[in-house]
Design a protein around this ligand. Structure first.
Ligand code: NDP
Length: 412
């Protein structure tokens, strides 16, 4: 019944693979394909070493190449393709899905390689094509984007007639005991946080200088943490789908040490995403050199710790949620819904840290919603376009339990 092809074999994909294998009543056929087949085989071995029995196929594919993707899709014939590679590959994978009659799910919106700019317009442009082909595309099914939208949809469905103020608050209070490391793909992460901040107020988008607006917010079981206003993709669909929203913002915590390193990286030019010329030794060991083009941020990624290796010594927890103010039956109502996830528990279950876990679990749940026929409608959709209830129920069952606070002080 559930023939799924997952693309990517990184941190998020590892967690999603464990979760798919834990739910083999839904996912009956499973293939993992990535740029390097050996990464897929290592992942299958890690799953078997943990004692799971599952027949998992693996394959090599360059997801930048639509023809290679089409060949793979035509041979495995997945009903759903779960894209856990990088945002650069979203459009090529969507193209191949359309060509081969496959449904689609991802966790991050498309971003061109040469422009650190993310918005949904590129993927929303595929809406008619998916609709006409009778195929479902589910966009941004991680935690944020992802669960943050399911939380908002759940609040709108059950507790509010109108949502007026929405703040998505993302805290990582963990410690990996490295001087500097990112929690997911370093290239994507650094591109995201060095951008200008953006929030929505009274029908307008307001830009702020990168990480300039910040305030202490108190997170459950963690305490106060300095939280920075950032641009985050789900705000774009949420203000469109909930037109009563007067203000929508996204906040993320960063420690002072992290910010100091980030500042140095930027000042040194290592966060640049344009190509520079570099005099590199030839691979033939002749001692000769040649000019090659490199992107500084991609080079930096190669020397930074791999987020997949952070789990073992990672302690502490994450806390991500939505703080909402609005009206129910004519009265003002405040509501805070959140999940806390412990890095060590995530590591013991999957070998990955909490940030990969909080992204990979929702990706699997979204795929499960598709195969159960609950989230299946032709077109291109964000998560708040679907019924949140069955997804919320699965969060509790699949390792990301959530909690609610009614009527408290939202601090915002
Ligand atoms: P990783 O870099 O760990 O993994 C990416 C994987 O994709 C790697 O296995 C990589 O191969 C593979 N890959 C890269 N390019 C290609 C290609 N051209 N063809 C085939 N495979 C390719 O990233 P993460 O696991 O940390 O992140 C995965 C995704 O999840 C990203 O899009 C990220 O933005 C998103 N994300 C979403 C979050 C959310 O809450 N919504 C939070 C965190 C991440 P190789 O191993 O060879 O490098």
């Amino acid at each position: 019944m559930g023939r799924v092809l997952m693309i990517g074999a990184g941190g998020v994909a590892t967690v999603a693979a464990f979760k798919i294998v834990q739910n083999q009543d839904v996912f009956t056929e499973f293939m993992i394909a990535s740029r390097r087949k050996e990464k897929c085989d290592e992942l299958v071995k890690a799953i078997h070493d943990k004692g799971y029995k599952a027949d998992i196929k693996t394959a090599q594919v360059d997801a930048d190449d639509v023809e290679q993707l089409k060949d793979l899709f035509n041979s495995f014939q997945p009903e759903l393709v779960v894209n856990l590679a990088l945002p650069y590959q979203d459009l090529t994978i969507m193209e191949a899905c359309l060509a081969c009659g496959c449904n689609y799910l991802d966790t991050a919106n498309y971003e061109p390689k040469d422009e650190a700019h993310f918005e949904y317009s590129w993927q929303w442009a595929y809406k008619d094509k998916f609709e006409k082909a009778g195929l479902t595309a589910i966009l941004g099914c991680g935690f944020d984007p992802g669960v943050s939208q399911v939380f908002t949809a759940y609040a709108a469905k059950h507790y509010f007639d109108e949502i007026h103020y929405l703040d998505i608050v993302d805290c990582n209070a963990g410690n990996h005991h490295k001087a500097f490391a990112t929690n997911f793909n370093p290239e994507i992460n650094i591109r995201e946080i060095t951008q200008k901040g953006l929030y929505y107020e009274n029908g307008e988008w307001i830009e702020t200088e990168p990480l300039k607006v910040h305030q202490d917010l108190t997170y459950p079981n963690i305490g106060p943490r300095d939280s920075y206003l950032m641009h985050h993709e789900e705000l774009e669909s949420l203000v469109k789908n909930y037109p009563t929203i007067k203000r929508a913002r996204f906040w993320m915590t960063f420690g002072q040490q992290y910010l100091t390193y980030l500042d140095c990286i930027q000042n040194l030019g290592m966060s640049r995403i344009d190509e520079i010329e570099y005099e590199a030794p030839l691979a033939d060991n002749s001692g000769k050199t040649a000019k090659v083009k490199i992107v500084p941020l991609q080079f930096l990624k190669a020397v930074l710790p791999n987020p997949q290796d952070l789990g073992e010594n990672y302690d502490g927890e994450t806390s991500i949620g939505c703080r909402i103010r609005g009206i129910k039956d004519g009265k003002e109502q405040t509501y805070y819904v959140y999940n806390n996830c412990k890095h060590q528990e995530a590591y013991e279950e999957t070998g990955m840290q909490g940030v990969s876990y909080t992204t990979g679990v929702p990706a699997m749940i979204g795929a499960m919603m598709f195969f159960k026929g609950i989230w299946r409608k032709p077109g291109v959709w964000n998560l708040e376009d679907f019924d949140p209830d069955p997804f919320m129920e699965q969060l509790n069952k699949q390792g990301l339990p959530w909690h609610e606070v009614f009527g408290g002080d939202l601090e915002l």
